[in-house]
Design a protein. Structure first.
Length: 285
């Protein structure tokens, strides 16, 4: 009996970062975790160098993975353990002693060497035009997404508020043929969440408006793409919301932890499976 070897290994990393005046503690922890993951991957698979022949694009594919904006030779599969330590340090300031807060993230996980993946393009917009590119939205503004891939493949789009993850694409009322994902054609431009742009059979486009009850909050948009079809996560049905506008509803959703587990399971078994993340802000008018 034989089993598939996809070169999965246990990795460890750490990173220390200072809380800056324009960063919250939550922002700093997220950044420290991201950089600790990069450190763990670099410890095992080496550092990305732009001139390396095996890193360059070939036939529309990239031989590296991207965490944040950093290119690395490996792909993070699953987090086993993640711990944060916080320390206050005294420094000599302009007017005497001052204190800085530093956060250290120590992380353990499973990773594998990066394999060539489609070099996809994507951008969030607040109007159905390329000039409206933005990651900063006001409550009540519409969300659109531009997408293009060099390869044919299957696409899902999710939005997470850190607790709940909402599936934005496929649309809620698409036929069973699109239950798992939508099929996109290589080299074709797509503008999603616009009623004027329909690409699929029996398509009823969901147009989305972002809203918040806070002065400002941050959400994350996840673009999930693979050249082969993959299983969908278990979703809760959409529901009507009353605190925003009459007859508006939330898309189908799942718990954030279950979503991360679903991503990890697909990363582990599919070389073409990739997840790209865009952090967006939503502010009150």
């Amino acid at each position: 009996m034989f089993c598939q070897n996809i070169n999965k290994v246990k990795v460890t990393g750490s990173y220390e970062i200072r809380i800056e005046t324009n960063m919250t503690k939550e922002d700093t922890r997220e950044k420290a975790r991201e950089l600790a993951m990069i450190n763990a991957i670099e410890n095992e698979f080496g550092t990305y160098v732009g001139q390396d022949a095996d890193i360059m694009l070939e036939n529309g594919k990239m031989s590296y993975n991207i965490i944040g904006t950093t290119k690395v030779r490996g792909e993070w599969i699953r987090t086993i353990e993640c711990k944060f330590d916080e320390a206050n340090r005294k420094i000599e300031g302009q007017y005497g002693d001052e204190y800085e807060t530093w956060i250290t993230c120590n992380i353990k996980g499973i990773a594998k060497r990066a394999k060539p993946k489609a070099n996809i393009e994507f951008q969030t917009l607040n109007c159905p035009d390329s000039k409206c590119r933005t990651t900063n939205f006001f409550s009540g503004e519409s969300l659109y997404l531009h997408f293009k891939s060099p390869e044919n493949g299957f696409l899902n789009i999710f939005l997470s508020d850190g607790t709940t993850v909402f599936r934005l694409l496929p649309y809620d009322y698409m036929t069973d043929n699109y239950l798992k994902a939508v099929y996109v054609t290589g080299d074709k431009e797509y503008l999603f969440f616009s009623e004027d742009n329909q690409y699929f059979d029996s398509e009823i486009v969901d147009d989305y408006e972002l809203f918040t009850l806070k002065d400002k909050e941050f959400n994350s948009l996840y673009i999930v793409f693979a050249e082969d079809v993959y299983a969908k996560p278990m979703l809760d049905n959409s529901q009507v919301i009353t605190e925003y506008k009459e007859n508006y509803r939330l898309p189908k959703s799942l718990d954030h932890e279950n979503f991360i587990d679903w991503l990890s399971d697909n990363r582990a078994v599919m070389d073409s499976f990739q997840v790209r993340k865009i952090k967006i802000s939503i502010s009150k008018q």
